[in-house]
Design a protein around this ligand. Structure first.
Ligand code: AVJ
Length: 297
């Protein structure tokens, strides 16, 4: 018998990692030698966007979910040459900045930024009406969600984009923990800083007294859930306050701060189908570490 049960643990939703400092630390992570996803996906997009355009056709409307700094987008826009581009992001300032930059680099494309939470229902701007839709969701951001939530998101993307739409999504593959764990626990300690930043943020924004130096960063492969988990482990028995409330942690106890789910080829296609999307093409790097999947609603 295999028993997969693990005890209940403390956890904080991963979205709180991404304040200004956290977003900058994540940018630094994407350049680390151990963090393969960004450079692998960028190389795939450089090579494969023309193949994507051949299947989807040129023109139409490209809708990017969680566009952030939109660094991967030019490859797609160049190949697809859409009529309009709708970047969606929750951070309005960031969104407007990168939308302006893209609009001046691609004067022929109608750039229509949409400020909002892509996890909820969205109404696309008027300027995108009547155009064939291509959703773009790179970065294996879907890996942050537990499968139940990722399927909800895929369904709502299908509702937003409509039947006949395409979705181009980047999904990180299951691979050896010898590769995965260092990608989330780098030798320069940048990912550790990214994790500690959450505690610093709690201290400054919620009147916390968390002793940050009493925690250790941990990246753990959870094989049953097929995900990397980031934790903060208490190095000794500690007590602290957050927003006037007292907390204690015993030595060795952890706070679970992020999940990064990984998917095998059929896992990814099943998840897409559960959300209403059928895979029509799939590209990977020579090591099969990262997949770029084109699916149809
Ligand atoms: C932004 C969610 C894709 O899971 O690889 C990287 C976040 N956390 N290192 C990932 C992350 C620590 C990243 N995603």
């Amino acid at each position: 018998m295999a028993c997969f049960r693990t005890p209940e643990r403390r956890a904080i939703p991963a979205r709180w990692l991404y304040d200004q400092a956290g977003s900058e630390l994540f940018e630094a992570i994407t350049e680390l030698p151990e963090y393969y996803p960004t450079r692998t996906e960028t190389a795939l997009l450089e090579q494969r966007c023309p193949d994507v355009a051949e299947i989807t056709g040129k023109g139409g409307c490209v809708v990017e979910f969680g566009s952030g700094s939109s660094t991967k987008t030019p490859h797609l826009l160049r190949a697809v040459a859409p009529v309009s581009y709708v970047p969606i992001d929750i951070s309005g300032d960031f969104l407007r900045q990168s939308a302006e930059a893209l609009a001046s680099d691609f004067p022929a494309i109608n750039v229509l930024p949409l400020e909002g939470d892509f996890m909820g229902d969205l109404v696309l701007p008027e300027g995108a009406a009547g155009q064939r839709r291509l959703g773009f969701f790179p970065g294996s951001t879907i890996g942050n969600m537990v499968p139940r939530t990722s399927v909800d998101l895929l369904r709502s993307m299908r509702n937003t984009l409509g039947t006949g739409a395409y979705l181009l999504i980047g999904i990180d593959r299951i691979k050896s923990p010898d590769v995965l764990v260092p990608a989330y626990d780098d030798s320069a300690g940048v990912t550790a800083e990214f994790n500690y930043n959450l505690l610093r943020r709690i201290n400054s924004e919620l009147d916390g007294t968390i002793p940050v130096q009493s925690f250790r960063h941990e990246a753990r492969w959870n094989d049953n859930y097929a995900r990397i988990e980031m934790h903060l482990e208490a190095l000794n028995d500690i007590a602290f306050e957050v927003a006037g409330e007292g907390f204690t942690m015993a030595k060795g106890e952890t706070i679970h701060t992020e999940n990064s789910h990984k998917y095998g080829p059929r896992d990814a296609r099943l998840m897409l189908r559960a959300g209403g999307w059928v895979t029509v093409a799939e590209w990977t790097d020579p090591k099969d570490w990262f997949a770029l999947i084109l699916a149809e609603a």
